[in-house]
Write a protein that binds this ligand. Sequence first.
Ligand code: NDP
Ligand code: DXP
Ligand code: MN
Length: 380
Amino acid sequence: MKRISLLGATGSIGIQTLEVIREHPEEFELVSMSAGRNIVLCRKIIHEFQPELVSVQEKEDADRLKSEFSSVKIVYGLQGLEAAAVFDKADVLVNAVLGSVGLKPTLEAIRSGKTIAIANKETLVTAGHIVMEEAIRNNVTILPVDSEHSAIFQALQGEKEKNIERIILTASGGSFRDRTREELHGVTKSAALNHPNWSMGAKITIDSATMMNKGLEVIEAHWLFSLPYDAISVLLHQESIIHSMVEFHDTSIIAQLGTPNMKVPIQYALTYPDRLPLLSGKRLNLSEIGSLHFKDMDLNRFRCLKFAYDAGRAGGTMPAVMNAANEAAVAAFLQDRISFLQIEDLIEKAMEHHIIIGTPDLETIQEADRETRNYVNSVI
Ligand SMILES: NC(=O)C1=CN([C@@H]2O[C@H](COP(=O)(O)OP(=O)(O)OC[C@H]3O[C@@H](n4cnc5c(N)ncnc54)[C@H](OP(=O)(O)O)[C@@H]3O)[C@@H](O)[C@H]2O)C=CC1
Ligand SMILES: CC(=O)[C@@H](O)[C@H](O)COP(=O)(O)O
Ligand SMILES: [Mn+2]
């Protein structure tokens, strides 16, 4: 029996993780969890899964839940997130919270010896060097949940790092894949939120439309697989059937395929190195699909991908700054405060404005994150 702590239980990945737990009650148990502000769903999850510790974002919500669930330990805020992450009865932390708020709880969970199943890509983007160092120091395994990284991780089983030529992350192209830059002026929020292949939370769906999602994934891959940026490439693949590939020096390419279903990588991270049958979800039928399409990535069309390569190569505080600018800009777009194309303008401005600090510690990263959010909001 694997005992799970789940951060972001009320989100897209969180809900799918709960489905995996529900489908395999003999294998998995939810022992602690966090929600943000969706208290209606949080309450339902507590009733069904009966975790021992629950964290929510706001104190008022925590007070309300305390009066309803006397046998559950209810905590709140950033300290609450950390308490849920390090809960002593948990073996594994599934980090599916949104944004760089996921960083500190991940580090605390690593220090307390938990295996980490990481969906929260912002954690690795902002402080990959610290996270990976801490994981090595504490002999902790970090298992990818992001579909592309899970694909690469699966393709690398039994392979030697020294034989890798490059990895190829596939990108669907998002909601505006077939539009030119000129056609992006005035696009609506609802059009941007209409991802062609995946049903995901709002922020990552916008990241997908700006191609920042792939940019974050390039940096995430750099840390997870210890590869230089020159060995990480991105390929447009509109069907999201090949989730990513590894090319070896002998020219062989190993790819992982499947219908777009996040329960596969979530479940694999929870069962690794074993597998379990997936009890819900469509099997891939290639003859039904018929053909798959591929196209080189145009960095002038998808500027956010270029920003991410630049930030990753620059290193230091720059990836954290790029990420914070993106989080602030996407939040503003979702609140109808800026247009779609202003997202990338704001990220570019924030990166130009920032003076890099090399090999930053956690406090320096958190300060750069705060300053960048303030800067972006002041520009808006
Ligand atoms: N969705 C997907 O298919 C994929 C997602 N990812 C990554 O996984 C992470 C989660 O994505 P997704 O599930 O789509 O996001 P959602 O927006 O659907 O869910 C986010 C979760 O985090 C909680 N949350 C948000 N802000 C805070 C906060 N400040 N404090 C505490 N809790 C908070 C939300 O709570 P509430 O809703 O209760 O307010 C919710 O539970 C992201 O990093 C994303 O990039 C990676 C690959 C695929
Ligand atoms: C499901 C998942 O892992 C997302 O990160 C997905 O990859 C988004 O798709 P694109 O960013 O390729 O549009
Ligand atoms: Mn992904």
